[in-house]
Ligand binder design. Structure first.
Ligand code: AHG
Ligand code: MN
Ligand code: MN
Length: 334
């Protein structure tokens, strides 16, 4: 029997070590964990509980919402609105921020989340997940507006994601390394199974949606062409490719065995700087990847240093094994 450290114990002890912990952060994280357990259960039950398929609505990004996008968003809100740790929430699936309703106490944190990442994979039974980022509500602000969320990724207190795969996992950082937990379904607790996750600096595995190739910029084309040429080209080694279309699954793979993941800038829709969203996807994942020794860039700048201008802003993302990300960044400079 595995009787390892639970996520609550791990976070409480980590907070105690850094000092001044009031227990509020641990309690907030517990509510997020509860949301992830609910979503995990819904994903796992699938067709048995009628959660597959589309909801018949569109989100603010103009994407068709799946039933599970909407359900997961509601679960996140219900699990987090009541306890008094948050001043407001923002989600990929909501046009505007969600202020804490008047009947509940307010707290000092803000969260942003992608309640269900990889939604195109729900109906085909491939891994999906949830991504979240915790920020501090600016000092003196009791009724935050969207602009109070517009903090660069370097200000994050915590970045994390849940992965609903063959095992349900939770991966998080508070700026002190990266820890991975596995949900023990019988006990209902996330148990620390992957302490100090680190990303190897080198890799021979890349992930990109190749169908967008004709829309890419020159530096990304060059990098991928060199990977494809493998041992017959300038890289002198063969590469392998993966594309799950769930960022959570790609990042988890990279945390486990290295790799590079790219959703670069492209000309497919000139109104969008990239596909992935800065506040719900790029920043929390960037925080985790950097804390594991990897890198996360747009190709031109460090993702976590971007000053957000809009809640739903999209950015190019190139993340993973450090030496490979740095190579792509160098190609952008040339
Ligand atoms: P979401 O399901 O939250 O909209 O995010 C999907 C994202 C990301 O997880 C994945 O890497 C990428 O979109 C897949 O995009 P393509 O379908 O264009 O490959
Ligand atoms: Mn997503
Ligand atoms: Mn999503």
């Amino acid at each position: 029997m595995h009787t390892g450290e639970t996520i609550t114990q791990f976070i409480s002890e980590e907070q105690r070590r850094v000092g001044g912990a009031t227990g509020e952060f641990t309690a907030l994280l517990n509510d997020i964990v509860t949301a992830c357990k609910y979503i995990s259960n819904a994903v796992n039950q699938g067709a048995l509980v009628g959660v597959l398929g589309t909801a018949g609505s569109e989100n603010v990004q103009g994407e068709t919402q799946k039933k599970l996008d909407v359900i997961s968003n509601d679960v996140f809100i219900k699990a987090n609105e009541w306890a008094g740790h948050l001043a407001a929430m923002a989600s990929e699936e909501m046009d505007d921020i969600y202020p804490i309703p008047a009947q509940y106490p307010k707290g000092k944190y803000l969260i942003t989340f992608d309640p269900l990442d990889g939604s195109s994979n729900i109906d085909v039974n491939i891994s999906v997940g949830s991504i979240f980022s915790i920020l501090r509500c600016p000092e003196g602000v009791t009724n935050p507006t969207a602009k109070d969320f517009l903090q660069p990724g370097t200000k994050q207190v915590c970045g994390g994601f849940a992965l609903y795969g063959p095992s349900t996992m939770l991966v998080l950082t508070t700026g002190n390394g990266v820890s991975g937990f596995t949900l023990d379904q019988n006990v209902g607790e996330f148990i620390l199974t992957h302490p100090n996750m680190t990303i190897p600096e080198d890799t021979t595995e890349f992930a990109i949606n190749m169908s967008n190739m004709r829309f890419w910029e020159e530096p990304v084309k060059r990098y991928v062409d060199e990977c494809l040429a493998g041992s017959t080209g300038s890289r002198d080694k063969d590469f392998n490719m993966r594309w799950v279309a769930s960022m959570v699954a790609e990042v988890y793979r990279i945390l486990t065995r290295g790799g590079i993941f790219m959703y670069p800038k492209d000309t497919k829709d000139p109104s969008k700087a990239g596909k992935l969203r800065l506040m719900y996807e790029a920043n929390p994942m960037g925080f985790i990847v950097e804390q594991a020794g990897g890198a996360c860039s747009t190709g031109r700048e460090r993702v976590m240093e971007i000053q957000p201008e809009d809640l739903h802003q999209r950015v190019p993302v190139i993340l993973g094994s450090k030496n490979e990300v740095e190579r792509v960044v160098a190609y952008h400079k040339e």
